[in-house]
Design a protein around this ligand. Structure first.
Ligand code: AMP
Length: 404
């Protein structure tokens, strides 16, 4: 089935178009700076050089129009008529408690997504703008929502309820939701295949380490715990987000510095993590470079990052009462072999024996442990768009009773 995948963020829209039966998109691209001066379209078609254009994109609807025009473009496009698109899959960040899997979008789903907006104020509104634009511009074509939270809907209650007064769960639905679910789902499936088995037979820790990072315990195919929670600031320190901190720090700093709730959130969300510690950058490559040059805070931020990932792997092995496979993915997980080495050093007690020479690569799908390592570690490049396309096809086919 020909499927368009849309990932509509606050100021960017990413897209990929998959032709029937293919696992790599024939065209893909991104519009950045939507709604701002100097929006940029970057578009790639298999076999051609990347096209870059600066153009006015005043809102998400205009952005989607431009994407649809590109798909029909004689040279850079992939279809003669938009009617060749059989379904559109949308990444949606937060499905709240309402959605435990991908769904066909109708008016009720839109309403439920609007109801989740309070839980993801930065992400769900632009997701909805993308969905509404497609519904308007491609009427009659089925749309499917694939949620970042859905894969973690299997968390047991003792893993998702926080130890604060229970009434706040009942009143505001404050609980652990978890994110990056599409990625954890995809890499755990692919990683099991690399071991010649299926994930329902394995205890896996998946480490999605990018600008935003999360770790998940995937016990025989089900997510049973994950490091992101109610929001996207906890767990391991990220590019600019704090990760787990003592909650006592929040009122302390608010009182000492006179911060408002918004200012405090900005500090924990935008000024902490690798950037906060290193005082250099949120980007792992910049920090590694400075650390190599002898910068102490850069080196410390790397150590802290590695320490937290190690801690979570250990915690989740305990949670699952065992461990067969650890998977690294996303920008740092796929490319940062130096960071992988820092994390995986001295973990022999847990059955992990890193093969240092095998580990020295960037961006490939490979096992990086020794032959006799009891627990295997794999690098699996994530592919959220393919996962969204697969889910979209499944949902639309089910609706139609198996035909196309
Ligand atoms: P993502 O959010 O998945 O795009 O990941 C972004 C993060 O991956 C940034 O911190 C980058 O510095 C990091 N990254 C990308 N390439 C490399 C690399 N070659 N070595 C180390 N980190 C990298």
């Amino acid at each position: 089935m020909n499927i368009l995948v849309i990932n509509s963020g606050s100021s960017s829209i990413k897209y990929q178009y998959f032709k029937k039966g293919e696992t790599t998109p024939i065209v893909k691209g991104i519009i950045e700076r939507v709604g701002m001066e100097g929006a940029i379209l970057s578009h790639t078609k298999k076999g051609l050089d990347k096209l870059k254009k600066v153009l006015p994109v005043e809102n998400h609807k205009k952005g989607i129009e431009i994407i649809l025009d590109m798909l029909e473009d004689k040279k850079y496009g992939a279809l003669k008529s938009l009617s060749e698109i059989k379904a559109v899959g949308h990444r949606v960040v937060h499905g709240g408690e309402a959605f435990s899997g991908s769904v066909l979008i109708d008016d009720d789903v839109i309403k439920a997504l609007e109801d989740c907006t309070e839980l993801a104020p930065l992400h769900n509104p632009p997701n909805l703008l993308g969905i509404n634009a497609i519904r308007e511009l491609l009427p009659g074509i089925p749309n499917v929502a694939v949620f970042d939270t859905a894969f973690h809907s299997t968390l047991p209650k003792h893993a998702y309820i926080y130890a604060i007064p229970y009434k706040y769960y009942e009143k505001y639905k404050i609980r652990r939701y978890g994110f990056h679910g599409t990625s954890h789902d995809y890499v755990s499936t692919e990683g099991a295949k690399m071991l010649g088995t299926t994930r329902d037979k394995l205890k896996i820790v998946t480490c999605h380490l990018g600008n935003g990072s999360s770790i998940a315990a995937v016990d025989r195919g089900k997510s049973v715990d994950t490091s992101l929670g109610f929001g996207t600031m906890c767990g391991i320190p990220m590019g600019t987000r704090a990760g787990d901190i003592d909650p006592a720090i929040v009122p302390f700093l608010m009182e000492k510095e006179g911060f408002s709730a918004t200012e405090m959130r900005d500090i924990l969300y935008k000024k902490s993590g690798l950037l906060g510690i290193s005082e250099i950058s949120s980007d792992m490559r910049d920090i590694e470079k400075k650390a190599m040059e002898g910068d102490e805070k850069a080196a410390l931020s790397l150590k802290i990052f590695a320490y937290y990932v190690k801690k979570y792997i250990g915690m989740y092995a305990a949670v699952m009462n065992g461990l067969d496979l650890v998977i690294f993915t996303a920008g740092i997980g796929e490319n940062g072999w130096e960071m992988r080495e820092m994390i995986l050093s001295d973990m022999e007690f847990l059955g992990i024996k890193l093969d240092r020479s095998r580990n020295r690569f960037r961006g490939e799908q490979k096992i990086i442990t020794t032959e006799d390592s009891r627990v295997k570690v794999a690098v699996v490049p994530t592919n959220e768009e393919l996962m969204i396309a697969r889910d979209t096809e499944k949902i639309v086919k089910n609706r139609r009773g198996g035909d196309e």
